[in-house]
Ligand binder design. Sequence first.
Ligand code: HEC
Length: 138
Amino acid sequence: MKKSILILGLITFFFVSCGESKKEEVKKEVETPAEPAKEQIKSSNDYLVLGQKLFTEKTCVTCHQPDVKVIGPSLKDINRIYTEKNGNIVAFLKGEAPAIVDTDPGQVAIMKANIDGFVKNLSNEEKAALAVYINSIK
Ligand code: HEC
């Protein structure tokens, strides 16, 4: 019983803190409409934090899990193959490099739809942050 209350508390806290950070984001955008990302990024750890946040917010996490293949390849598989083949994740996210992890045309089309749909609209810094986060999963 106690356990379930604790879990409920944690879930509530999670939602509340999510709501707050969203609000903050909106505020920041209003204050600095031209270059909202620049001020936030000061160190490589900031990239990691931003990348992790984007990975969830931009729904990457629905198709990519650290260890297991869901719809897309696992982050560990992505890292292994990008290391082996000396690939560039940022170039892939920009739509400038072909898929090297899963080259099945049906699979490539799913990811391509994301790139054309919204990934290409992310800033270079955001794409770099996503790559830093993906690389951090070992
Ligand atoms: C609807 C499911 C889906 C979503 C959402 C999604 N992906 Fe993918 N992703 C895939 C599939 C399927 C593949 C396998 C095809 C391929 O490798 O291009 C893939 C492959 C990849 C690869 C490996 C590319 C390669 O060289 O083969 C990377 C990197 C990647 N996704 C990053 C992301 C990021 C970052 C996001 C969020 C911005 C994201 N994905 C969102 C389904 C998804």
